[in-house]
Write a protein that binds this ligand. Structure first.
Ligand SMILES: Nc1nc2c(ncn2[C@@H]2O[C@H](COP(=O)(O)OP(=O)(O)OP(=O)(O)O)[C@@H](O)[C@H]2O)c(=O)[nH]1
Ligand SMILES: [Mg+2]
Length: 653
């Protein structure tokens, strides 16, 4: 059932891509687009093609994350694919994915890479840092063996473990517990990427399996990047353990943290533990219902979001094609909920990204066509008026066009002046958002943190860091407001004085980058507060590691801000530029045409005829472009999978 939902989504995405492709070709063929719009459309197409849907499985260890992934996605292999057993099994975050052109393989990032400041996303671009092993997908056994590697561990001295960011705790409560020789067991790998061909993965699904997160040193990137960016997070509890303190910790810190509201589900796994053969089905159903309510209450969520399942029985049922057991495992209800959560969430994102861009480009091209059309009609009007007029009138016409041209050229002077102010202001803007400034500030903060002997010093250094970033964003906002004001005035002047067709420039807000910085600060403070419980030296190492991840995220936010601002600047300037050029051309053509008629009045009729034909072409172009735009919008609004039944009552006993 997941497969069907996905196929519908994939097809929807393909239709959008086809529409955008059509738009792009049409703009090129009709010479309406410009290089910048073309790039933007290409970028949209690339993004649609690489579009990924990430679903993350998060829980304390042994709740059955890996088993659930096996049951939901890989039962077709007739066996368990991901290792799932009592005790800690998955030792590092593991991504399962497939992209056209990939070869089946397993890529493992050694835990030692935590010594460097590089983040996982940075390292993903550096193959040399990874151990890459071929993946034999010919049998379930071979797959199993290969995937068992995500569970590999090694022994390390307490000092080394600490240095790698694992908290050490003699009681074993707040960290790893050293054995008699002072050694602790740590994961061998920091991250694993498993590339293998599977119908869902081929369509862009990425499955993120995580190790039981609490108590062992979780990868900061998981909290800051991988989980917040997942499109759906499935949190798993076990019916036999209920909601323990550490489950709550994981829920609070990793699932419930931050902005996420949509795309979040809870599975209450291992309900088969209640099938003891003594209780009646009604009793069991009542007991399950009771647990679901109590879980919902503890987590403060809608009970409809809690799905009681048995991953293990679900897997067995699928492997043995046992419909009765499958129904009892209730795994299909969860799958249905997962796809109805996941697909629309992702669709919204795609829709938002695409419709704004398409709207802008189509709108801008229509403006240009309409400007051409009105210029042409004016010319046509002038010429039809000339029919049967004498030389004097024609001379008068020529003077009139010349005056208009002079006036426009004066207007152009003002435009050039504005353009140079604009480029100064843009430079200021980039200075505030600059990556150099950010790098300096990061270095300053890092040094201040090293010097800080007490947590207060750390806190101050960090507060300074975040305030500095916010200050820069504020300054950028001021600059953007000024730019928008100036352009608006110029747009208006050209519209009133020269009849150009310019809508007010689009606005731009830095609010989302500010929000991202706030989120990073919040995550950091939380980390600092929990680190305060640990001994001082470790606290420093941990805090600093965390800071590096924060710094990478902050840099990424600023990179995106830079890219967005650059696009905005181009987008607000481009329409004036195009239309000014267009208007200049028209004036030139009008002047030429009157001149020609001045020389030989008998060409007048030919010229009128020519212009009428050109007018027809333009009118047709406007219609075609509007139709292409319409087609894309209507695809964007279509709900794929709308023909599948509405939510099956998930808790029906
Ligand atoms: N009875 C029962 N046992 C289950 C079920 N799902 C998983 N288990 C068992 O629970 C244990 C842990 O399962 P895993 O899938 O390894 O759990 P995990 O959450 O991936 O654990 P880590 O990888 O260690 O974080 C295994 O022994 C599974 O066989 C279930 O639905 N019912
Ligand atoms: Mg696991």
């Amino acid at each position: 059932m997941l497969v069907e939902h996905f196929s519908a989504y994939t097809q929807w995405r393909a239709e959008i891509a086809a529409g955008i492709g059509e738009l792009r070709t049409w703009l090129q063929r009709n010479e309406v687009g410009d290089a910048q719009s073309d790039l933007r459309l290409q970028y949209l197409l690339d993004r649609l093609r690489e579009d990924k849907l990430v679903v993350a499985f998060v829980a304390e260890f042994s709740r059955g994350k890996s088993e659930l992934i096996n049951a939901v996605f890989f039962a077709g292999y007739g066996n368990r694919i991901l290792p799932s057993s009592a005790g800690r099994t998955t030792m590092c975050p593991t991504e399962l994915q497939w992209q056209a052109g990939d070869v089946p393989q397993i890529r493992l990032l050694p835990i030692e890479s935590r010594r460097t400041d590089a983040s996982i996303s940075d390292l993903k671009r550096q193959s040399a840092e990874w151990q890459i092993r071929p993946l034999d997908t010919s049998s379930a056994e071979n797959l199993q063996q290969a995937l068992a590697q995500v569970g590999e561990t090694r022994m390390a001295s307490a000092d080394e473990a600490r240095e790698l960011g694992f908290p050490i705790d003699d009681t074993g409560e707040k960290g790893l517990r050293p054995n008699a020789e002072g050694q602790v067991e740590i994961p061998r790998w920091r991250h694993a990427v498993i590339q293998f061909q599977h119908p869902l993965l081929e369509q862009g699904l990425v499955i993120l399996d995580t190790p039981g997160l609490n108590a062992i040193g979780a990868e900061p990137e998981l909290t800051l990047n991988l989980l917040p960016n997942a499109h759906a997070v499935l949190f798993i509890l076990a019916a036999d353990t209920g909601v323990t303190q550490s489950d709550l910790g994981v829920w609070r810190d990793h699932v419930n943290a931050g902005r996420r509201q949509r795309g979040r589900l809870v599975a209450l796994n291992k309900i088969d533990g209640l099938w003891d053969g003594l209780r009646s089905d009604e009793d069991i159903a009542r007991e399950i219902q009771h647990q679901v309510s109590s879980v919902a209450q503890t987590l403060e969520i809608d009970p409809g979001m809690v799905f009681p399942v048995s991953a293990q029985k679900g897997l067995v049922a699928k492997v043995n094609s046992d419909p009765e057991l499958l129904a009892r495992s209730r795994i299909l209800e969860l799958e249905h909920a997962l796809s109805t959560e996941l697909v629309p969430t992702k669709q919204d994102i795609v829709r938002d990204n695409t419709s704004g861009e398409v709207h802008d480009i189509v709108g801008r091209s229509l403006d240009l066509l309409n400007a051409r059309l009105s210029g042409l009609r004016e010319q046509l009007h002038e010429l039809t008026d000339l029919r049967g007029k004498n030389q004097n009138v024609i001379e008068y016409m020529m003077r009139k066009v010349r005056t208009e041209k002079d006036e426009f050229e004066q207007g152009l002077q003002k435009y050039y002046a504005v353009r140079s102010v604009f480029s100064n202001m843009s430079n200021n803007l980039f200075a505030h958002l600059g990556l150099d400034a950010l790098r300096d500030e990061t270095r300053r903060t890092r040094e201040a943190m090293l010097d800080a002997a007490f947590s207060r010093g750390l806190r101050d250094a960090m507060r300074g860091f975040f305030n500095h970033l916010r200050g820069n964003l504020q300054k950028s906002t001021d600059e953007i407001t000024e730019i928008a004001k100036m352009l608006d005035a110029m747009y208006k002047r050209f519209t009133i004085e020269h009849g150009l067709k310019l809508a007010s420039p689009s606005s731009f807000s830095t609010a989302r980058y500010e929000k991202e910085i706030d989120r990073l600060e919040e995550a950091f403070n939380k980390q600092l507060n929990s680190a305060l419980i640990i001994m001082t030296t470790e606290k420093h190492v941990l805090t600093q590691k965390f800071f590096e991840t924060v710094a990478v995220q902050a840099r990424r936010t600023f990179e995106i801000a830079n890219r967005d601002v650059e696009q905005w600047l181009r987008a607000v300037m481009a329409p004036v530029e195009t239309q000014v050029r267009e208007y200049q051309l028209q004036l030139k053509r009008r002047l030429e045409s009157v001149k020609r008629i001045h020389q030989a009045t008998d060409t007048l009729e030919d010229r009128v005829c020519e212009l009428q034909q050109a007018e027809d072409v333009l009118v047709r172009q406007v219609e075609q472009l509007e139709a292409i735009g319409q087609r894309i919008y209507s695809t964007l609004d279509v709900q794929p999978g709308a023909d599948t039944p509405p939510d099956a009552a998930p808790l029906a006993a």
